[in-house]
Design a protein around this ligand. Structure first.
Ligand SMILES: [Zn+2]
Length: 205
């Protein structure tokens, strides 16, 4: 792609670093911004900088948060004895949208994947195990995608906590997961949480 301006080229190159944005789309977006009032670009870049510089992760569940504790963990009406274990922040949002779950979450930050060099210690597993050890948690719901990596991660956590008094369950796999939770429709996802099955049962399937 030949550019008539180095400034334009730089903006397009930066924009095209984003997932799903090729050079052509990046050029279209940049040209769009050029046609808009300057204030719009300022607001966009300021929002991104503020988000990147000041956003925090909840000290308890690792969800993205503006405060030390996220709104879910800080809410006294949530049931702290049930924890739904998810891969990432998108899954929290998907499950919250169902309004079917009133417990807390634990965001692992991914799943165990030896192929990608991701081991248990790269994920927020230790903090989860510590929560279980403290004895407040009565049930863990595994809501990871039903891929081999998801199953491996579930099983690893299960092994770590099986000696403690905690019930483990997994979301009913009627949903065609394999794909991610965020793509499941709200009713199906909500139902799969309500109709969760004991984790041990899922191992025999
Ligand atoms: Zn939290």
């Amino acid at each position: 792609m030949e550019f008539s301006s180095k400034l334009l080229e730089r903006a397009v190159n930066e924009m095209s670093q984003l997932p799903g944005i090729g050079k052509r789309t990046a050029l279209r977006l940049v040209l769009h911004l050029l046609r808009q009032p300057k204030e719009q670009t300022t607001a966009l870049s300021q929002a991104l900088q503020d988000m990147r510089n000041t956003i925090k992760f909840c000290e308890s569940c690792h969800n993205i948060s503006d405060f030390k504790l996220c709104e879910i963990c800080a809410n006294p009406n949530r049931n702290e004895t049930i924890i739904c274990v998810v891969e990432d922040v998108k899954d929290v949002m998907a499950i919250e949208n169902t309004s079917s779950f009133k417990g807390l979450y634990h965001v692992l930050g991914g799943k165990i994947s030896p192929m990608d060099g991701i081991g248990p210690h790269d994920l927020n597993i230790e903090t989860l195990v510590n929560k279980v050890k403290q004895g407040v948690v009565k049930e863990l719901i595994f809501a990871l995608s039903s891929t081999m990596e998801g199953d491996t991660t579930n099983f690893y956590i299960y092994k770590q906590i099986q000696d403690y008094k905690v019930v483990t369950s997994t979301i009913a796999r009627g949903i065609s997961v394999g794909d991610e939770l965020e793509y499941a429709d709200e009713i199906t996802l909500g139902r799969s949480i309500v109709n969760r099955i004991p984790f041990e049962t899922s191992l025999k399937l």
